[in-house]
Design a protein around this ligand. Structure first.
Ligand SMILES: Cc1cc2nc3c(=O)[nH]c(=O)nc-3n(C[C@H](O)[C@H](O)[C@H](O)COP(=O)(O)OP(=O)(O)OC[C@H]3O[C@@H](n4cnc5c(N)ncnc54)[C@H](O)[C@@H]3O)c2cc1C
Length: 380
């Protein structure tokens, strides 16, 4: 089939590679002057690799995903450890029982943990968090971070948003992610994606296309924008970035440190730790959460009831066409990079049949493919 891929982020590039390898005729267009979307790596004047849209670690358990991405670069094996800065002290994050033992409020927290409900309360973000952490831990670690991160009352956010990341550790594991396989591409994300789409025609600085010219269009841009916001704008949070060179870094165990109590920033990261570079200099990135606008890329889908309902209407609409939505923006889903690639494998089989599926079959198959990443049923 003749297929157009719109957007050269990780979703567009992995989909392009898989479709090309299956024998389709592929072209990619990207509205920006460079590929990568959020997955971009640059080098600063000191030779330090850095991600201008936020540092990120690839982590996966799915062997198919690992085999796929390691075709395009080797990975540096960095195991992501995150800290959280509270009342002048850094603790490992996610919160562990060892941390609880060090807190002044220990007795109260332990009592609240004993009294937690057996099942997570799925009414909203706040209720879900309190049912995992109890009130005291929630107010200390989660609430201030979430208010700043999302710029919204946690009561107005869906439980799914909290549940994806919520964890209270009973062991001493220090890595942020549970996956054994972790790391950053040795030559950076831009290199990884460039190798992924080698020999596939790419047009940069272009958002214009005529769907009628293709058998299928695979669309990784914002689904609401495609329909000119007919059912309203889907909301995203974004980040603004600030840099400091050679600033003191409290603890080299941590690649990133959450800053829930800071008046502006949500977290900071040290690129040379994450890229495992040995340099005298360092580059620290501070991240400040802001609303998405023309100057701030859509990054984190805001999972509220209103947004989820509007997304569902857009999905029904797009399934009436021969345009298949993918990725964080097309599917309005919070996807990690391993999930983006895993999903590309599932969507590959949907696209192969796309022209002959009915709109309802397309909708059902796509809903089914993303259920795994948004669904609360696996969590008790
Ligand atoms: C701050 C931050 C930290 C993260 N950290 C991690 C992490 O540690 N580990 C992890 O696994 N994941 C992490 N992620 C998630 C990861 O970055 C995403 O899963 C991934 O980048 C999503 O890729 P995408 O292609 O779906 O979207 P995007 O990267 O947004 O790419 C979409 C592309 O489409 C282009 N486009 C949009 N509309 C059009 C159009 N109409 N025409 C042409 N082009 C268009 C855009 O310009 C863009 O290049 C993080 C995300 C953020 C925001």
């Amino acid at each position: 089939m003749k297929i157009l891929i719109v957007g050269a982020g990780l979703s567009g590039c992995s989909m392009a590679r898989l479709l090309k390898d299956s024998g389709h005729d592929i072209t990619i267009i990207e509205q920006k002057a460079h590929i990568g979307g959020l997955c971009v790596t640059r080098v600063n004047g000191d030779g330090i690799l850095y991600e201008p849209f936020g540092a990120r670690t690839f982590h996966a358990t799915n062997q198919k995903v690992i085999r796929f991405v390691t075709r395009f670069d080797s990975f540096n094996g960095f195991v992501h450890k995150k800290g959280i800065f509270i009342d002048g002290k850094i603790y490992p994050y996610p919160i562990s029982m060892r941390t609880v033992q060090q807190l002044e409020q220990k007795e109260m927290i332990l009592q609240e943990l004993r009294e937690r409900p057996k099942r997570i309360n799925k009414i909203n973000f706040e209720k879900a968090s309190v049912s995992v952490y109890g009130n005291t831990l929630y107010n200390l670690f989660i609430k201030p971070y979430s208010l700043k991160m999302w710029g919204r009352d946690p009561k107005d956010l869906e439980a799914a948003l909290a549940i994806k990341r919520m964890e209270l550790r009973y062991d001493d594991r220090q890595s942020l992610f549970g996956d054994e396989w972790q790391g950053l591409p040795v030559h950076g994300y831009s290199f990884l994606l460039k190798s992924m789409i080698r020999q596939i025609p790419l047009r940069l600085n272009t958002a214009q296309f005529n769907p009628a010219d293709y058998d299928v269009v695979v669309f990784s841009g914002p689904i609401d924008q495609f329909f000119k916001y007919r059912y309203g704008k889907l909301e995203y949070r974004s980040l603004r970035f600030y840099y400091r060179r050679n600033e003191r870094w409290e603890n080299n165990n941590y690649g990133t440190i959450n800053l829930p109590q800071h008046s502006l920033y949500i977290r900071k990261c040290n690129f040379k730790v994450m890229h495992k570079q040995i340099t005298k200099q360092s580059l620290i990135q501070y991240q400040k959460p802001v609303e998405e606008d023309d100057n701030h890329m859509p990054m984190y889908p805001v999972r509220s009831r209103k947004n989820s309902q509007a997304f569902d209407k857009y999905l029904h609409l797009i399934c009436k066409t021969h345009i298949c939505p993918i990725g964080r923006l097309g599917l309005f889903s919070y996807l990690n990079m391993d999930q983006v690639v895993e999903l590309s494998f599932s969507i590959l089989s949907i696209i192969n049949k796309y022209p002959v599926l009915t709109p309802q079959q397309r909708y059902d198959k796509i809903k089914n493919a993303i259920k795994k990443y948004n669904n609360l049923e696996n969590k008790k």
